[in-house]
Write a protein that binds this ligand. Sequence first.
Ligand code: GRF
Length: 203
Amino acid sequence: PAVVVLISGSGSNLQALIDQSLCGALDIEIKAVISNKADAYGLERAKNAGIPTHFISHKDFDSRESFDGALKFLIEQYTPNLVVLAGFMRILTEEFTRSYEGKMLNIHPSLLPKFKGLDTHKRAIEAGESEHGVSVHFVSAELDAGAVIIQARTNVETHDTPESLAKKVHALEHKIYPLSVSWFAQKRITYNAGKAFLDNIEL
Ligand code: GRF
């Protein structure tokens, strides 16, 4: 399957996808990596892997709609079967999310539905959570609210800081994102009427 990955930053999840596909564990072709930040290190990772890259800035557009339209136009050049958001830090319009319904995944660093939005590690510690983690989900119009495919969890220890927790969660991300994408590539993960299924079993 053809995949387009959207990023805004470091791209360690992108790297995990690249590594897994290079070693043959993940049967996808990453056609392009698109960033809305010019200095995203993930762009370097993509270039090092010989993947075409694009930078598109919302500052060049006068509305959210026109930015998303241009982003969609760019994505469509590669006719992807799947769009993967890997640390893409921009809220997408309802129209954009609708056009990729069931074909766009996101990874969010919390045990959804807890802690949607930003600063999840800090918020989990402040809330006194004993467990924290990460979720892969289909993208729907509402932020961080689409059907969850898989979650991985870790204990929150008394000495944990947002940084130490982020590190533990990142290690989990690099396992479950390639796994979810491989399930999608194998058509084991499907989407129907807002719900996610694995091997036809509702998740
Ligand atoms: C990850 O924590 C992911 O859960 C969140 O953004 C971060 C991206 O990290 N959506 P990276 O750019 O893949 O290293």
